[in-house]
Design a protein around this ligand. Structure first.
Ligand code: HSE
Length: 315
């Protein structure tokens, strides 16, 4: 058993356009470095070395809430010290809270000798999502823990299905505006028209089939959301232009990352992903909105653990 474990918890893209609350994908970057140590002093202590002023009281901290759930199920006294350095900006739509929660429980599981399954870890980490957005959803947590693309077929009972995916390059732009997940959920209509539901479930099935067959054309055709995106995209300046121009430039498709404000595009080729980054930068520079971009790839391993600190560049 190791006394300290170093953790690298990846950013994730939830929803994957048509799969609201049921599909998610892990990214190679950005990722959050964390450090978790066993202590002789019982209880949980949380430290942040970033400048985000996130709550440190375990029950109010997303990683803390996840760890408390794990500690309760472990059932024996245990002391843990967690150090978090956020590089995935909270509120970016890139699964920042999921990275903290999932990374923390994956690290604790390792320190305890791996008594819990990946599904258990998702269940614990969902308590962090409840703290962050008021709702337990797993579409960021599951890909963060499993890697790749995951389908959350059901939350009650938890049923997670990892989906094979072909190599894909991902371009993300994060306009530096604030969209709170709780607000972005509040504005959604509670009822859906049958004709829209039919279109949406056709797209979800098409997307899953396209990923499993490695059929880029089918993936692209299925990246359409007729339910959530028309409502939420109003909160993101430049969204329609970004989407139109990226599709014209050869992206397979994309949309709002999580509840926004980040926008992502999936690409078959890295060169297209780079071209699209320039288009995104050009649009937000013209709109006078500060922004950050990433050109990255699908992460197939999820949270990484090491006995030594990670030396990869942070974003
Ligand atoms: N599925 C969630 C949503 C992800 O879109 O509200 C945000 O964390």
């Amino acid at each position: 058993m190791h006394k300290t474990i170093y953790i690298s918890a990846p950013a994730t893209i939830a929803n994957l356009v048509c799969g609201f609350d049921v599909l998610g994908l892990a990214l190679e970057s950005p990722s959050d470095p964390m450090q978790l140590s066993l202590s002789e002093t019982d209880g949980l202590r949380i430290h942040h070395t970033d400048n985000y002023a996130l709550p440190l009281a375990p029950e109010k901290n997303v990683a803390g809430a996840a760890l408390l759930a794990l500690m309760q199920e472990w059932g024996k006294p245990i002391g843990l010290d967690l150090v978090i350095h956020k590089t995935i900006k909270p509120g970016s739509g890139l699964g920042s809270s999921a990275a903290s929660s999932a990374g923390a429980v994956a690290g604790a599981n390792h320190l305890l000798g791996n008594p819990f399954s990946k599904e258990d870890l998702v269940r614990f980490a969902m308590n962090g999502e409840k703290v962050a957005s008021g709702v337990k959803h797993a579409d960021n947590i599951a890909p963060c823990i499993y890697g790749g693309v995951t389908l959350i077929r059901s939350i009650h009972p938890l049923d997670i299905v990892p989906i094979e995916a072909p190599p894909m390059h991902v371009t993300v732009v994060h306009p530096q505006i604030e969209v709170r997940t709780s607000d972005a959920r509040q504005i959604l209509r509670k009822e859906v028209q049958l004709k829209n539901a039919i279109r949406q479930w056709g797209n979800i099935a098409g997307l899953v089939a396209g990923l499993m067959k490695g059929d880029y054309n089918l993936i692209g055709r299925s990246l359409e959301d007729v339910i959530i995106e028309p409502v939420r995209s109003i909160l993101i300046p430049g969204f329609d232009e970004v989407k139109k121009r990226c599709l014209e430039a050869g992206a397979l498709g994309g949309g709002i990352s999580g509840s926004g404000p980040s926008i992502f595009m999936l690409n078959e080729h890295r060169q297209t992903a780079k071209t699209i980054e320039k288009i995104m930068q050009e649009i937000y520079t013209r709109l006078g909105i500060e922004h950050k971009t990433y050109v990255t790839a699908v992460n197939h391993h999820g949270v990484r653990l090491s006995d030594k600190p990670f030396t990869e560049p942070t974003h």
